[in-house]
Design a protein around this ligand. Structure first.
Ligand code: BTN
Length: 258
């Protein structure tokens, strides 16, 4: 177990810092498949993640040494399978809370768990759960945040942003990681204590474009609708022509309109 200065009980207390790795999620998955037990709260961080993975088989781009790319190991065995989205909620709220110290305005969570500043993506979360029976045995929480990266490849330049682009100054990566770990621990303990209602309210309050008319696409059809909330199972509630429908991640596409 490696020691560090984080003021948490367990999240980030075992911190493994890698110079280069394909993906911190892959590294953590391999570590878990070995017989030695790994302490809950272990964080694998990489300076250079050269084959990072994103949602929906996308890749995750991060300039070496300038960003936060890390994976956290949790054991949310107390969470029934049909409520696993609550973990996504807790993690995205925690990241938002930690970043709000640097960005008091403009942060939001784009459903399901993209971290947004105004209309651009500041970070993303890839949670990979190992299921046993009706519970989540292991959760690998992969987090990628654009921090001190000054520019992005052309195809990302209008969609992505970084703390550096917003603040015009560098942020200490280790300090920010400590703040995120502390927030995650507090939200995770809230989840463990069954404080679901508060958590859901907090998540919905932070949702990008909540209660605003927006454009969506479903099966090739573009329509106007309004996000009004989410269900505990993570479905998005969208009101269209005075009727509420529920969508899962793959069913609906949010069209970026400012
Ligand atoms: C997304 O598509 O928005 C999710 C991005 C998740 C990226 C992080 S970086 C650390 C961890 N390791 C990976 O390979 N992916 C996640």
């Amino acid at each position: 177990m490696q020691n560090n200065t984080f003021s948490t009980l367990f999240v980030g207390q075992n911190l493994i810092n890698l110079l280069a790795v394909d993906s911190t999620n892959n590294f953590l998955k391999n570590l878990l498949s070995k017989s030695e037990p790994l302490p809950e709260g272990t964080v694998i961080m990489a300076e250079d993640q050269f084959a990072g993975r994103g949602q929906q088989q996308n890749s995750w781009h991060a300039e070496p040494g300038k960003n936060l790319t890390f994976s956290l190991f949790l054991k949310p065995t107390f969470l029934p399978l049909n409520q696993q989205f609550l973990l996504n909620m807790a993690i995205s709220i925690a990241i938002n809370n930690a970043l709000s110290v640097y960005l008091p305005k403009g942060l939001s969570i784009k459903w399901p768990n993209d971290i947004y500043f105004n209309h651009q993506k500041l970070g993303g979360v890839l949670i990979e759960n190992a299921i046993m029976g009706n519970t989540i045995k292991n959760a690998i929480i992969g987090i990628g945040l654009n921090i001190n990266q000054p520019t992005f490849p052309e195809e990302l330049s209008t969609k992505a942003t970084s703390l550096y682009q917003i603040l015009q100054e560098n942020v200490n990566l280790h300090k920010l990681l400590a703040e995120i770990c502390s927030q995650i621990e507090s939200l995770y303990l809230q989840l463990k204590a069954n404080n679901y209602t508060l958590l859901m309210q907090n998540y919905v309050d932070k949702l990008y474009k909540i209660n605003e008319t927006s454009l969506f696409r479903q099966n090739g059809e573009v329509f106007e609708g309004m996000i009004t909330g989410v269900t505990t199972t993570g479905l998005l509630n969208v009101v269209r022509d005075n009727e509420t429908s529920q969508y899962n991640f793959k069913e609906i596409e949010f069209l970026n309109s400012k």
